[in-house]
Design a protein around this ligand. Structure first.
Ligand SMILES: [Zn+2]
Length: 384
């Protein structure tokens, strides 16, 4: 099957992150089995979703891993002018949810499998398809556990997130945290007898803003990233029931998007210290039962692969460009890298179309990715 035919199949599976991806995984498993390739299916605890891992070519250490996520973001509330789960071709563009992010890449990889099988590969080619990437890079963690048990660890991982096939070697990390302030309610006429959870949440959020300003100081900036500094942002807040009640509860969610050299946990710890040392004593002076609790929502590490690493040099060879750049969005690359597999990012399509209504990939990008994978197959036939 061609990459376009495979993309048509893949887009037809509604793999929105809240849904099961098992039908897609079964399809890929069947496709690979038809080519004589066995794969390993790594389920989640509920067995409602799964990662897929397969190896082609010789066993042994090293080799290249091609990695993509099978899930897509929801189409709810988006105004699509064509059906999101049916591939529609028009004027050199292929429309459908996930065409750019990132079923286009997976389709090219699957279409290239017969070619890889026909080549005298001197090193293994690893294929990895994950689930729940779009909701915090959750699924790939069990895949990495499984990989750590394999005797053959890939030497390089290529993540096919859409970069218009430009070579990308870095992105920021992210940490998302929920903060719950438990105050003490009372009639607002006696406000000093209560502990106003909204007001304490506001102090915490203000503290986050100040930390964000310090992190943006010129001497901390890194021009490779946009924006060139670590950012801190509060995105959701709720609390209070009526104006004449001092609110007992307020919770808010914030995120820290870090330069690879900054530590998001340090921001979280600094906020907790502020809560412990400054705010809780004031709150406890009024009511001993008041609390401030922090709980992680999601996160992934940043990626900062060295331009002279073997992974980056391979990517330069495949793309014909060593104009390495970074992307603003996160990928599973940081987790692969953390697990000891140097990672780079390069895939067909553009994230400008990702997550939007009428998401598309151009036929030209799909063809170019087919070509890139041919060059990879040739490179993998070289004698070590
Ligand atoms: Zn993606």
């Amino acid at each position: 099957m061609t990459s376009r035919e495979l993309l048509e199949q893949l887009v037809a599976f509604d793999t929105t992150s809240r849904e099961s991806n098992l039908a897609l995984i079964e399809f890929v498993k069947g496709y690979l089995a038809g080519l004589g390739v066995n794969c390993e299916i790594i389920h989640n605890d509920e067995r409602s979703k799964a990662n897929l891992y397969a190896r082609l070519g010789p066993a042994g250490n090293g080799g290249v891993m091609l990695s993509g996520h099978s899930d897509v973001v929801p189409v709810d509330g988006q105004n699509w002018s064509m059906p999101p789960f049916t591939l529609t071709g028009r004027d050199g563009k292929l429309y459908g949810r996930g065409t750019a992010d990132m079923k286009g890449f997976i389709a090219c990889v699957l279409a290239a499998v017969p070619h890889f099988l026909a080549q005298p590969l001197t090193q293994p080619l690893h294929l990895a398809i994950s689930y729940d990437e779009e909701v915090g890079c959750l699924g790939v963690r069990t895949l990495l556990d499984a990989l750590s048990r394999l005797p053959e660890k890939p030497a390089i991982c290529l993540i096919g997130e859409p970069t218009e096939l430009k070579p990308v070697i870095g992105h920021k990390g992210k940490l998302a945290i929920r903060c719950e302030v438990q105050g003490a309610a009372c009639h607002s006429a006696y406000a000093p007898q209560g502990v106003n959870a909204i007001e304490y949440a506001a102090k915490l959020i203000h503290h986050l803003t100040l930390m964000g300003q310090r992190l943006a100081a010129p001497q901390r900036q890194d021009a490779r990233f946009d924006p060139p500094f670590t950012t801190v942002q509060t995105g959701v807040i709720q609390g209070g029931r009526a104006l004449n009640i001092v609110p007992a509860e307020c919770q808010f969610d914030f995120e820290v998007r870090t330069l690879p050299q900054d530590d998001a946990q340090e921001v979280a710890r600094a906020l907790e210290r502020y809560a412990q040392r400054e705010l809780l004593p004031q709150m406890h002076a009024v009511n001993r039962d008041t609390t401030i609790r922090f709980s992680p929502i999601s996160g992934y590490p940043g990626l900062d692969t060295a331009p002279h690493s073997a992974a980056a040099q391979l990517l330069a060879h495949l793309t014909g460009s060593d104009a390495f750049s970074t992307v603003a969005f996160g990928t599973e690359g940081g987790l692969f890298h953390q697990a000891g597999i140097p990672s780079v990012i390069c895939g067909p399509g553009s994230m400008v179309q990702g997550h939007k209504p009428d998401e598309f990939i151009t036929v030209e990008q799909l063809d170019a990715c087919d070509g890139l994978l041919r060059r990879l197959a040739a490179w993998m036939c070289q004698k070590a």
